[in-house]
Design a protein around this ligand. Structure first.
Ligand SMILES: *Cc1c(COP(=O)(O)O)cnc(C)c1O
Length: 404
């Protein structure tokens, strides 16, 4: 293949070259006396990505879904009442898992395109004076619909009610790309994965936990085996793992964390916002709309774009793939055929996104949408040009040289 397919799905995301080369290494001895010199600083530094000072971060050889399971089974008990909301495929799957594991879910079923119903949560928590609800769940960024919710608002609701429930966040497509503050928002478990904002291959489930979650672990009697905190803590404290770790991914993670911290998290968030804004301007110019039902919910890591009547989103995605070598995200479950998604998360810049928008324009036109070719790419180019700085490319150059 002359040119790699251009990857614009919201995970797995593009892997930066310095990260890729850091992973192109021989197998190493994960029980060597040298290994902890690598792992112990890694465990500390990944906490910075979550803005977590105390607590700890567990790395599991799994996908993000494994970290969901770890969070629940290590901190809760069968029959516990938990507050959740469902408004997209990922929040849906989290609810399904909670039910499978025997939790009693008090569910807010929302329209797909809406976010966490913070006011409903506040009402429910205020009424729960007996504190039967043991945990409150938030999908920070619903990747299926491109909706970012107000986790800080949920924390405010808990505090206003004086409610002691634990706070769980699915941050898989948010952490390292969208503002997230584990300590400040007093989040107890935050789940992430390697293949989204951390720009790594799939294969690592990441779970950040607060001291309060670690205390809850002491009284949790739910069945757990592979994901048990206890085994992780005992070995991690020595710089090792209870089972064979994917050492190459961790070598890559070392570099991706360094890149994010070198750019500065606030700059990383601003970059995602700027790139996403360009995509949103293109969507407007095409005469289309986002799946997100309100501007406040617009996601800076993925845009789910609703196709007009008479256009099939599946055809748009297939056309983009086969004719133009562009991979777009598909519509999942309830929004299948109705939306296609552009991932703008991780290692992307304006020129890459310009290519994505260019490919989308051709595919949309081929599939029958009537609009002016170049209107979206033009609107995005104008935004990127108006807001450009010199620093982005030189920063990437510095990191690349250092890693090489
Ligand atoms: C990708 C994703 C997941 C699932 O992660 P896997 O790594 O596929 O298990 C969960 N939640 C959200 C919000 C996601 O974007």
């Amino acid at each position: 293949m002359l040119v790699q397919p251009h990857l614009f799905i919201p995970g797995p995301t593009n892997v930066p070259e310095p990260v890729r080369s850091a992973m192109d290494i021989p197998m190493e001895d994960m029980r060597s006396p040298e290994f902890p010199k690598f792992t112990l600083p890694l465990f500390e530094d990944i906490k910075k990505i979550f803005k977590l000072k105390k607590g700890r971060v567990f790395l599991y050889p799994s996908s993000g879904t494994g970290a969901w399971e770890s969070a629940i089974t290590n901190t809760l008990n069968v029959g516990d009442k938990v507050l959740m909301s469902r408004f997209g495929q990922f929040s849906l799957l989290w609810v399904q898992m909670a039910e499978r594991l025997g939790l009693k879910v008090e569910l807010c079923d929302e329209e797909w395109g809406d976010g966490i119903p913070v006011e409903k949560y506040a009402d429910i928590l205020a009424k729960d004076t007996a504190h039967e609800i043991k945990a409150v769940f938030c999908t920070h960024n619903e990747t299926a619909t491109g909706v970012t919710s107000d986790v800080a608002g949920v924390r405010k609701a808990l505090d206003a009610a004086g409610h002691p429930a634990l706070l769980y966040v699915d941050g898989v497509s948010a952490v390292g790309s969208i503002d997230f503050r584990m300590d400040e928002w007093k989040v107890d478990c935050c789940v992430s994965g390697s293949q989204k904002g951390l720009m790594l291959p799939t294969g690592v489930g990441i779970l950040a936990v607060s001291d309060k979650a670690l205390a809850a672990n002491k009284t949790s009697k739910m069945q757990k085996a592979y994901f048990t905190f206890e085994d992780m803590i005992a070995t991690n404290d020595q710089g090792y793992f209870p089972y064979t770790p994917p050492t190459q991914i961790y070598r890559g993670m070392r570099v991706s964390i360094d890149m994010l911290l070198e750019e500065g998290l606030e700059n990383v968030f601003a970059r995602h916002n700027r790139l996403a804004t360009g995509v949103r301007k293109a969507v407007d110019a095409w005469g289309l709309r986002l799946c997100a039902n309100h501007e406040k919910w617009n996601s800076d890591t993925v845009s789910a774009i609703v196709v007009p009547d008479g256009v099939d989103a599946v055809e748009v995605i297939k056309t983009a793939y086969y004719r133009y070598n562009v991979s777009l995200g598909t519509g999942l479950n309830k929004v299948a055929g109705k939306v296609f998604r552009i991932g703008h998360i991780g290692a992307v810049d304006e020129v890459m996104l310009g290519g994505a928008l260019f490919g989308v324009e051709m595919a949309l036109r081929d599939c029958g949408h009537k609009f002016e070719l170049g209107s979206g790419t033009g609107a995005a180019a104008q935004h990127y040009s108006d807001t450009a700085t010199r620093s982005a490319s030189s920063r990437a150059g510095v990191t690349a040289r250092k890693a090489a």
